[in-house]
Design a protein around this ligand. Structure first.
Ligand code: CP
Ligand code: NVA
Length: 296
């Protein structure tokens, strides 16, 4: 019997129980960092990009290799799909060569279409609509730093973008409060930055100019800059997060970046541990026999 591939594209499609299980495993894998089990031996992951990447590319590549697997990195512009080849044929052929595909593809619907034409897992490495792997690492970081995420207040500042929209999807799944402060023409239910920050456990932001939006005016975002004044309104224990890359003194001040509240490098490192657990969940769903891991 052919199993349906477990895609990691939309957090709500995966569901709270599976997502929490993946994070539990991510924490366990982080603890096993120096003696990684070779659970991906013999498995290959294609990594396809239509945009720049540092963290996503490196964390997936290292995740596969530390657990015994292989990767093939492809620039989408150099693939036939950028010419006349159909998504259907691309998906069918990838399925014959590799065991999974992690893809950064601007067009979210096209990624979902690719998934409909593959028999292997498709992992969302970011679209213009969402960045679920980032949010998994962010939640892992919040759990690590604050002891849990349920009931916590997370304040999002700045652009109403792909990362913010994925926090919106994650909030009901992980039961946290999300206060969004963005220009109102982008998000009608926005609250003032000071109100969003008040008693927050986490203040999070992202670039005001996502990839593909180069040349966009940024003046209207200035009131949403995360600076010491805004951080002072949050809890004393509050942390500052950012998926990176950072634009210093635009969306966040240098002072906040240098403060003890700033956990962005731990957040970036957790991409690696979260990626391993996401891959394990996808491969296990595809019928690949994985040895039992602690905490899974
Ligand atoms: N945060 C993130 O996805 O970084 P990259 O664009 O470097 O992959
Ligand atoms: N919102 C940003 C995230 C980069 C990781 C972008 O889409 O470029």
């Amino acid at each position: 019997m052919t199993k349906t591939a477990r895609h990691f594209i939309n957090l709500p499609d995966i569901g709270a129980e599976a997502l929490k299980g993946i994070l539990k495993q991510a924490h366990a894998l982080k603890a096993e960092k120096f003696t990684p089990p070779q659970i991906f031996e013999g498995l290959s992951l294609a990594m396809v990009f239509d945009k720049r990447s540092t963290r996503t590319r490196i964390s997936f590549e290292v995740a596969m290799k530390q657990l015994g697997g292989h990767t093939i990195v492809l620039n989408m512009e150099e693939m036939q799909i950028s010419g006349a080849e159909s998504i259907e044929d691309t998906g069918a052929v990838l399925s014959r060569f590799v065991d999974g595909v992690m893809i950064r593809m601007s067009d979210h619907k096209a990624m979902e279409e690719l998934a409909r034409h593959t028999t292997i897992p498709v992992i969302n490495g970011m679209t213009n609509q969402s960045h679920p792997c980032q949010i998994m690492a962010d939640i892992m970081t919040i759990e690590e730093k604050l002891g849990g995420i349920q009931g916590k207040k997370i304040a999002w500042m700045g652009d109403y973008n792909n990362v913010c929209k994925t926090f919106v999807q994650a909030a009901p799944l992980f039961d946290f409060d999300l206060a969004i402060s963005c220009p109102e023409d982008l998000y009608a239910a926005s609250v003032a930055p000071q109100e969003a920050a008040r008693d927050a456990d986490v203040i999070v932001t992202d670039t005001w100019v996502s990839m593909g939006q180069e040349g966009k005016a940024i003046e209207k975002f200035m009131p949403y800059q995360v600076n010491a004044d805004l951080m002072a309104r949050a809890k004393d224990t509050a942390i500052f997060m950012h998926c990176m890359p950072v634009h210093q003194d635009e969306e966040v001040s240098q002072e906040v970046l240098k403060s003890p509240a700033c956990v962005i490098y731990d957040e970036a490192e957790n991409r690696l541990h979260a990626q391993k657990a996401i891959l394990a969940w996808c491969f296990e769903g595809a019928g690949v026999r994985l040895q039992k891991l602690a905490g899974f």
